[in-house]
Ligand binder design. Structure first.
Ligand code: 2AL
Length: 166
């Protein structure tokens, strides 16, 4: 966690590196870095939200490369991996039946939509994630692109709030 005041003062590369784990979309990080200085945290967060509004299918594909499947908590020391593990903290991997249902649901989703199922996991139990997965399998292609992007924006903003404080 770093104070906004310090984020405002970092050189461009260091500032971009600090927020890069929020989402694997380098253009998003670059735009936020270019927008400095921010007068306060709400100003930073609304700039982040606004920049994320422009995302479409290409950005979704880019970002998904850094997201493990739900139920597959990634190992490794990378900042992305550590954040994913935290976010999936309430998904109980020791419940074998749940783990199996998530594996099957993920596979069905990937067959249907051609990319991995993405959901803001923080604050959701494994059962809630599974219920959302079942529900979203009923979506049209366009609905599901929109829903995945909405989830990606939530994850990104939560990560940013965890990285920079007032
Ligand atoms: C994730 C992840 O890495 N963090 C989160 O909230 N959701 N992954 C996913 N497939 O939904």
């Amino acid at each position: 966690m770093i104070a906004l005041k310090h984020f405002n003062q970092l050189d461009n590369d260091a500032a971009a590196a600090l927020i890069a784990p929020c989402v694997a979309i380098p253009m998003w990080a670059a735009a936020l870095v270019q927008g400095r200085p921010y007068v306060d945290l709400p100003a930073l967060l609304s700039a982040a939200r606004e920049t994320a509004q422009a995302w479409g299918e290409a950005e979704l594909a880019q970002a998904l490369s850094a997201h493990p499947r739900i139920g597959e908590k990634p190992g490794g020391q990378q900042a992305h991996a550590a954040l994913s593990r935290q976010e999936q903290g309430a998904v109980n991997a020791s419940d074998a039946q749940l783990a199996q249902a998530l594996r099957e649901g993920n596979a069905r989703y990937e067959t249907r939509f051609g990319r991995i199922f993405l959901i803001r996991a923080k604050g959701r139990s494994g059962e809630e994630v599974l219920a959302a997965l079942e529900q979203r399998l009923k979506n049209s292609d366009a609905q599901e692109v929109a829903e995945s992007l909405a989830q990606l924006r939530e994850i990104t903003l939560l990560r940013l709030e965890g990285a920079i404080s007032e």
